[in-house]
Design a protein around this ligand. Structure first.
Ligand SMILES: Nc1nc2c([nH]c(=O)n2[C@H]2C[C@H](O)[C@@H](COP(=O)(O)OP(=O)(O)OP(=O)(O)O)O2)c(=O)[nH]1
Length: 134
């Protein structure tokens, strides 16, 4: 069974108590599902380096290491692969996030009960986990 190592950013607007979600674009597996921005680690790439690269490629934002905190790692078994996800909190960034890959973006307010569907299975799991950190 292949293993995929990926990272994702919890892009947190403390004032609004919201986190940025992205809808997976057409052409990717699970198109239309809401996820946290991020992507696969390249060979020999650290989780922080991968996240900085992915957020720049997908959202045009620039993040610096002092504004990143490593929160946790989760694993999820998909039919085709075991995915490990490094979950990284992003507390400051430069530029307004832009949907550079045609993905929809949504600032999800943590204290409001807004229905957003469908979620990747990991998105629901990560929301539960965030209650410990935010
Ligand atoms: N970005 C992201 N990926 C997630 C989440 N949950 C989850 O299981 N994944 C999985 C899906 C993929 O197997 C992997 C990341 O894949 P991706 O397709 O977004 O990565 P990528 O941009 O590097 O992909 P690619 O187009 O280069 O193939 O992590 C999540 O919340 N965010």
């Amino acid at each position: 069974m292949p293993i995929i190592n990926a990272c994702l950013g919890i892009i947190y607007n403390k004032l609004e108590n919201s986190v940025l979600l992205a809808c997976r674009p057409e052409g990717k597996p699970f198109a239309g599902y809401w996820e946290f921005p991020g992507g696969k680690l390249e060979r020999d790439e650290s989780a922080f380096a991968a996240l900085i690269r992915e957020l720049n490629e997908e959202l045009d934002i620039i993040v610096a290491i002092p504004n990143l905190s490593y929160l946790d790692q989760i694993e999820y078994q998909y039919p085709h692969a075991l995915v490990t996800l490094d979950i990284i909190l992003v507390t400051a960034w430069q530029n307004e996030p832009q949907p550079l890959e045609g993905q929809k973006l949504f600032w999800y307010q943590l204290d409001k009960d807004i229905e957003l569907e469908p979620l990747l299975p990991t998105t629901a799991k990560i929301f539960e986990l965030l209650a410990n950190y935010l």
